[in-house]
Design a protein around this ligand. Structure first.
Ligand code: ADP
Ligand code: MG
Length: 653
């Protein structure tokens, strides 16, 4: 799963070019960049400041009348990282929280309020530690996903089984997986049989039966029998490794709101300093001035925003939706129109041939044989139905020498100098064939025509059922006031039937891939923010054109690579859940924005009027910030990765 470049300019939807996701977070660009972790040095610093608070309070060893040596020393040593950061910010002409805190601390020390300075410093250090830990936990929740794979595996070499570290496994080795064990590698079953819980990879809730020849995936759980698996992929090259990689990469594609948050945090610092100067000029009260500087916090915005985004992406991954970057999460919450493909997306793609109709003089067998040759290499759901039918009736399936697929139309191929065409009415009329004799009420399925050497053989009526959850998913979207649009390459009759069945707002049928793109472009042109959900090769261009492209897990590789969000498995409800999650993420971020502005302005006003002393100001600053950080942290996945996780705790809801 690589992340392809979007081919349309990001700014078409009002996203300025600099918000292009390629950009990395520049270190230190955030006014409060909490990279402190629970390191011994940090703890020692906090302990030193705490001890100094007690000593200064008890007035232990005060040789100088005006200056508390212990207080001064502890403040300088304890606050050293903050002062250092402030100095480099000053040199870089950047206004940051460290700088304003340094000013406040220096001012407090200058007027001899050593105890105040120490307590403020203690609060600030403790808050930084809590925030650092919370943000760190978010990173770990995602960064540690790979560790879910077993570290050791039982390998069979020269008939002897022995346990080795996973790093030592090579492609081609045979690995033994016992019941209850998590499969450590991607591979093919060579002996044994079992049911495997694949929810971590595909999101399917039901275990899948595995027999010799079946593919198994790293991270899935073997349930009942012993499996011997020939290794085809290890570590990052496994399907699981690629999912984890996509989630890890997600942090690089920053949301625009993160830039807004950084800017807002910067303004808040200026605002606090400006108000402090004003307070000093008007009241000449240094203590009030210090309180004004101290009371205004911005980390709920600056650190809280990326944390909420990280949490939402992590939680979405656990629920079975891989969001390839913060910018796509942000787009998801703005989406007001969802465009859905029909075959494979709204329908199960479990197509079945319901009827075979031939022209006079052609046998059913002849028609099936020709159709099967054309479809032998196709991955389209219609092809699956035709091949299945051919197999049932004992028709040999041969592979054509030449093969051409016109997405949205059908297939032309050449086999033993016979040319065969299988597709819809348009494709036939392009070849000068009139299919009106075979046409009938299509309400029940898709008519697929077959011709050989320019002669019409007949048609297959292929039915597909809509996904059981599709109607509920569409209804859930409507409840979120999201408009739904069905775009299909199938006929008007079939399109309208599915549309009616599922309650979709508008239906457009008989579309070529290019026309799907046109429709998405038209919707975006009308000011809609469009998510496109699809699965096929024919959907890939429209997935790229949409503001955010969503691929079904069962979809083609092309669709999954073109998409910005990939659903593991095929549950459309996962998509509506992800939409809800995105909106919840926005609400949390907005709450923190508004909350921070409110607390800061009320705090600054109270401090300026002399109602807050520096200690109370620090308490408000640190308390509110921590609350906002915890608010953001709500989205962080609590336990481990997707689904089952039996050996790792949390089960499915
Ligand atoms: P959707 O937009 O509903 O996913 P497609 O664009 O994949 O549908 O296909 C549109 C129409 O093109 C189908 O209804 C069918 O008539 C024809 N078609 C596409 N692929 C094939 C194929 N492999 N074999 C026969 N017909 C096909
Ligand atoms: Mg499709």
């Amino acid at each position: 799963m690589t992340v392809p470049e979007k081919n349309h300019a990001m700014d078409a939807a009002g996203r300025p070019p600099e918000a292009h996701p390629k950009e990395h977070a520049a270190p230190g660009s955030v006014p409060c960049d909490h990279e402190l972790h629970l390191e011994p040095l940090e703890l020692a610093r906090i302990a030193l400041v705490a001890a100094a608070i007690v000593l200064v309070w008890l007035r232990v060893w005060e040789p100088l009348e005006k200056i508390s040596l212990i207080g001064l020393a502890a403040a300088l040593i304890g606050g050293w990282p903050i002062f250092k950061e402030a100095l480099s910010n000053l040199l870089a002409r950047r206004m940051t929280m460290q700088l304003s805190m340094t000013i406040a601390l220096a001012a407090a020390l200058a007027i001899g309020q050593f105890l105040t300075a120490l307590v403020i410093l203690f609060f600030v250090l403790a808050a930084e530690m809590i925030e650092g830990l919370t943000v760190g936990r978010g990173r770990q929740a995602i960064g540690r996903l790979m560790e879910l794979l077993p570290r050791r595996a039982e390998v069979r070499r020269q008939d002897a089984g022995r346990e080795v570290a996973v790093d030592e496994i090579q492609i081609g080795d045979v690995v033994l997986v016992r019941p209850g064990g998590r499969i450590p590698i991607d591979g093919v079953v060579v002996a044994g049989g079992s049911a495997v819980d694949q929810s971590a990879i595909t999101g399917e809730s039901m275990p899948v039966e595995k027999v010799v020849g079946a593919a198994v995936y790293a991270g899935t759980v073997n349930q009942s029998g012993v499996l011997e698996v020939r290794v085809t992929g290890i570590g990052p090259d496994t399907a699981f490794g690629k999912i984890v990689h996509a989630v890890e990469e997600a942090e690089k594609y920053r949301a625009k709101i993160q830039k807004t948050a950084d800017r807002l945090a910067g303004y808040l610092v200026y605002f606090a300093i400006g108000c402090a100067l004003l307070t000093l000029l008007v009241t000449h009260n240094i203590v009030s001035t210090i309180s004004v500087v101290i009371v205004a916090g911005a980390c709920g915005v600056a650190a809280g925003t990326p944390l909420a985004i990280l949490g939402a992406i992590g939680r979405a991954a656990r629920q079975g939706a891989i969001i390839k970057g913060g910018i796509y999460l942000e787009t998801l919450w703005r989406v007001n129109t969802v465009v859905l493909d029909k075959t494979g997306t709204l329908t199960l793609g479990q197509t079945r041939v319901m009827a075979v109709e031939t022209v006079r003089g052609v046998s059913e067998q002849q028609l099936l044989e020709a159709a099967a040759i054309a479809e032998a290499r196709s991955e389209h759901p219609l092809a699956r139905a035709i091949l299945e039918k051919a197999r049932e009736s004992g028709t040999p399936i041969r592979v054509p020498e030449q093969f051409h697929y016109t997405p949205g139309r059908g297939i032309t191929c050449v086999h033993q100098s016979q040319s065969i065409t299988v597709g819809n009415a348009q494709l036939m009329s392009e070849q000068g064939l009139d299919v009106s004799s075979l046409e009938r009420d299509e309400n029940t399925g898709t008519l697929t025509y077959v011709s050989q050497n320019g002669k019409l053989l007949g048609a297959l009526l292929i039915e597909d059922v809509s996904r059981p959850e599709a109607a509920a998913a569409v209804a859930a979207l409507h409840r979120q006031h999201i408009q739904t649009v069905l775009l299909t390459g199938d006929t008007q009759a079939v399109g309208r039937r599915i549309g009616r069945e599922l309650g979709i707002s508008s239906v457009y049928a008989q579309l070529l891939p290019d026309q799907k793109v046109q429709h998405v472009r038209r919707l975006r042109g009308m000011g809609s923010c469009v998510a496109m959900v699809g699965d096929g090769i024919n959907d890939a261009p429209a997935l790229m054109e949409a503001d955010v492209g969503v691929a079904m897990g069962s979809g083609t590789d092309v669709a999954r690579e073109s998409a910005d969000v990939v659903l593991l498995g095929n549950d459309l409800v996962k998509f509506t859940q992800t939409m809800r999650l995105a909106r919840q993420c926005r609400r949390i971020i907005m709450f923190n924005f508004i909350g921070t502005l409110t607390v800061d302005s009320i705090g600054v006003a109270l401090a300026a009027m002399g109602f807050l002393n520096p200690l109370l100001a620090a308490l408000i600053h640190v308390g509110s910030e921590t609350a906002f950080i915890f608010n953001s942290a709500r989205l962080l996945p609590g336990g481990h990765f997707v689904g089952n996780g039996r050996p790792n705790g949390e089960g499915k809801p």
